[in-house]
Write a protein that binds this ligand. Sequence first.
Ligand SMILES: [Zn+2]
Length: 316
Amino acid sequence: MLPCVRVDRHTHLEGSLDAAWVRQRAQEEGLTPPRALEALWRNEAVPFEGFIRAFFFSCGFLRNAEAVTAAILAAVGRLPEAVPGLPRGIDMWVSPHFLVKQGQFLTLDALWRGIDDGIAQARSQGVRIAIIIDAVNHFGVDHGQEVLDLVLPDKPSWIIGFSTGGLEGVPFKAWAPVFERARQAGLRLAAHAGENGPAANVREAILDAGVERIVHGVRAASHPDILELLAARKIPVDICITSNRALVPDLGGHPLPALLRAGVRCALGTDDPGVIPCTLPGEWERAQSLGLTPAELEAVRAHSEADAWCLQLNDA
Ligand SMILES: [Zn+2]
């Protein structure tokens, strides 16, 4: 058995609360989890819109700093066990504008305090965490600017990047000024692309919006020109096998082997493991079941650390 990957390269704070935790809170408040969330907890596939409903229900319980810290510690609990001397880490996406402004679940101060406490507790367990600010693609470009208006003025040091997520409805060309503003503010750039939108979104995110990292990108697997672009520019691609199986039902066999064989720097992530149950060791097992050679698996492990933003954060 090869040693497990030790960095969760893509997970969302909002999708991290454990199913049992959410079920308990819902029961206390007399709320019924949406059918899509129950289906996902049973490991069934749902349409992306159903996933969004499930996701919003779950993250609606992030109402104070303590809940935010609980979500971070749940993410830490989904990593493999500590081995002395070997780094563990999480690149965690957070949507502050959605939580604070749109959902009005909690204040920005409470969100930052909860994250700060979660990161400190994770650190005491030897786990490094970097935060990537997520804006919702389908909420549009003005929303993207508002996300930066909210975050940039008093940016905590553990925020390392800016990304778009959600439905890939608005072209990356339109998003380019938002990404440029984030870049000028010192943030690294990533995007969910080629997941619920076409493969061309991967190319446009890189060429039109200047992103240096792609989340999912699975639709690119059947497009040699896009694979070549990813490989030539050494763009890291975060692969979330369990999430892809749940949300990309027409995917067929998972394209991780095809991406790796094209020279793409793939690593593994859990995405929304409180909503779509999975762990990092479980994702590693799934990767192994895809028929990868030992050298390809070793490449995944090497990329997962070499390209991890949490291990590059200068906060020692
Ligand atoms: Zn994601």
